[in-house]
Design a protein around this ligand. Structure first.
Ligand SMILES: Cc1ncc(C[n+]2csc(CCOP(=O)(O)OP(=O)(O)O)c2C)c(N)n1
Length: 614
């Protein structure tokens, strides 16, 4: 049924409120009052402005609707019922239940959900990524609508998002802030001070549209004007939490609480009873996304023994992989350090500078992944830590993103510990379904960059600042989950395992040990997750169960623990000497710092000797 009048839309809004109450009461949990405040704006959006083909969620011309305030899932799912894509029964009997796709907070297990939300401050930055894709990659006129909470606006990432949205002139993006004055535990910082919100929004270069969020005419006008803006629009909707039920409306203490059954009954009566309106809104246009031409990927070649930093090889390989038209790159204002700028030189139209906004950097990659692009985002490995919640949520979003963190470990030298990534491997390994790569030379780096492009999930590569010799010939292959025996003999007494710079330390150590007649096998663990358990078992068996693992990372969660876990799971009780950075480093040369940390060649030698002597 098409809702003809704004009065009809008001009826739909009441239905969304009633259904939000009914499903959360039935589930015994959820956020009905957060849903009720935004019901009028969402009803108008659904019935009159969201251009969406509900029968074809993957229609590229569809608008995108993201609930940044993901806890308002009762409202979102009630919209899905109104759109006719889920039944009333499904909503009432499965919401928040075990095994249901109607999870407590929305995730893309539902075809109409682009990204997982629920960690506040992420839906809007993700929406910026989708809008960037729409404007600069797909070149389609779809619009991105994001529902935000007012308490959520205290998150810095929301302002990173508005800043970048304005910079990139994302007129296709509309944020709707549900200014209901209340957060979780009480009033928000700004209450109903729409003027202060407007000043901030405008200060970031966006268009602010303050409205009464319960006045259908004002709502409809605001949503209409948002559609043809040349700048991003932020609709500041003044609303009342729990709107429509006098016992809870604008009252504290009702956040995240379902109404008890008898209260829910009174609420439904006050809201005019249950309805089953179906709202077919406007349909999307017929556009198809721009097709970016693809060519043959021809990886850079490197001379054996030449000294090349893996970060440089990453940039050069990324530029090579850019021959595939769906590959895009994003930078956190360090493209000359990570060498992502090599891609910018080759494909400036598919390169997005996100400046020093790492949360937005990752979120933009997630948004582009929603539209099927193959994003690579790069910054210093240390600085991905501040975007960790985004990386964690990207996994829940089932996003396919590639991250490259440069300047790993104490090896970076004089810049000191603020720039050293010493936790990144632990962080990335812990992400659901992630892949963690750590090449030691330029050839393996280039090959693995190509592998990354075809890998789904969260794929992380760690690169090194300094230049080290190329170890492999051009035809060597580096499958993810593999490893390389770089040096071996039938007489090996100990295995020295490393990745990145410590592989070079292991090679130097093997050389030193060799001078004293001790044979050492050297293993390149370029794939940290998944790790090559078979190769570890083989090496352990061949070298008397003696392994030295050296890593430029804190001991927790890094390569050593990955090795120990693999051996333990395989039931092989090898003796592992674990060399890692255990103190707090300062400044110095790479050699001084690695020596002080106990991960240099001489420490590997000593650890090997100790294992053999034991
Ligand atoms: C990053 C983050 N911090 C805290 C929370 C817990 N939390 C969930 S909802 C909420 C209050 C949100 O208030 P607001 O954005 O105003 O939305 P409302 O429910 O009032 O519409 C909080 C603090 C969260 N989900 N995410």
């Amino acid at each position: 049924m098409t809702l003809q009048t704004l009065e009809d839309v008001g009826e739909l809004a009441q239905q969304l409120r009633v259904d939000s109450i009914r499903c959360s009461t039935a589930a015994g949990s959820g956020h009905p009052t957060s849903s009720m405040s935004a019901a009028d704006v969402m009803a108008a959006l659904l019935a009159r402005h969201l251009r969406y083909d509900w029968q074809q969620a993957d229609n590229p011309a569809n608008d995108h609707l993201i609930f940044s305030k993901g806890h308002a899932s009762p409202l979102l799912y009630s919209m899905f019922k109104a759109a006719g894509v889920i039944s009333d029964d499904e909503l009432m009997t499965t919401y928040r239940r075990f095994g249901s796709v109607l999870e407590g907070h929305p995730t893309p297990v539902l075809p109409w959900v682009d990204v997982a939300t629920g960690s506040l401050g992420q839906g809007l930055p993700d929406g910026v990524g989708v809008a960037l894709a729409g404007r600069y990659l797909d070149e389609l006129p779809y619009r991105v609508w994001v529902l935000c909470g007012d308490s959520e606006m205290a998150e810095g990432s929301m302002w990173e998002a508005l800043d970048k949205a304005a910079y990139y002139r994302l007129g296709n993006l509309t944020a709707i802030v549900d200014v209901n004055r209340l957060g979780q535990r009480g009033p928000t910082e700004l209450g109903w001070d729409l003027e202060s919100y407007a000043k901030r929004v405008e200060g970031f270069g966006c268009r602010a549209v303050p409205i009464d969020g319960h006045d259908m005419e004002e709502i409809d006008k605001a949503l209409s004007s948002a559609a043809d803006a040349s700048q991003p629009t932020v609709i500041l909707a003044r609303t009342r939490k729990g709107r429509g039920f006098s016992e809870v409306e604008d009252r504290e203490g009702w956040h995240g609480r379902p109404l008890p059954a008898e209260m829910a009954e009174r609420a439904i009566v006050e809201l005019g009873g249950q309805r089953d309106l179906v709202a077919g809104g406007p349909r999307p246009g017929d556009g198809t996304p721009r097709v970016w031409p693809s060519g043959q990927v021809s990886l850079p070649r490197y001379e054996l023994g030449a000294k090349v930093a893996t970060r440089l090889a990453f940039g050069q390989a990324l530029a090579a992989v850019g021959a595939r038209g769906n590959v895009v790159a994003l930078d956190g204002e360090v493209g000359n350090s990570t060498h992502a700028e090599e891609f910018a030189k080759a494909y400036p139209e598919r390169y997005f500078e996100m400046y020093i906004a790492e949360q937005q950097l990752v979120a933009a990659a997630v948004g582009m992944s929603v539209r099927g692009y193959v994003p690579f985002a790069a910054t210093f490995a240390a600085f991905f830590t501040r975007a960790y919640d985004f990386i964690r949520m990207a996994a829940i979003s089932q996003a396919n993103i590639r991250l490259c963190g440069s300047h790993a470990g104490v090896e970076i030298g004089a810049d000191g510990p603020s720039q050293m990534a010493l936790e990144d491997l632990a962080m990335m390994r812990a992400v659901h379904g992630s892949t963690v790569l750590y090449p030691s030379d330029a050839v393996s780096t280039a090959q693995l960059v190509r592998e990354m492009a075809d890998r789904s999930g969260i794929v992380y590569m760690r690169t090194t600042r300094g230049a080290y010799p190329v170890l492999y010939g051009p035809d060597e292959t580096f499958p993810i989950g593999g490893s390389k025996v770089v040096r071996s003999s039938p007489a090996d007494q100990v295995t020295l395992a490393g990745a990145g710079v410590t592989l070079h330390n292991c090679l130097a150590a093997a050389e030193l040990l060799g001078r004293d007649g001790i044979h050492a096998r050297v293993l390149d663990l370029y794939s940290i997750k998944p790790i090559d358990t078979d190769a570890l078992l083989e090496a352990a068996a061949a070298t008397g169960d003696r392994l030295v693992v050296a890593e430029d990372h804190y001991p927790q969660g890094g390569i050593g623990e990955a090795v120990l876990e693999a051996l333990n799971d395989a039931g092989r009780p090898a003796r592992v000497a674990h060399l890692a950075v255990r103190g707090l480093p300062g400044s110095g040369t790479p050699a001084e710092l690695m020596d002080a940390a106990g991960i240099s060649a001489s420490h590997v030698v000593q650890a090997a000797r100790d294992l053999i002597a034991a």
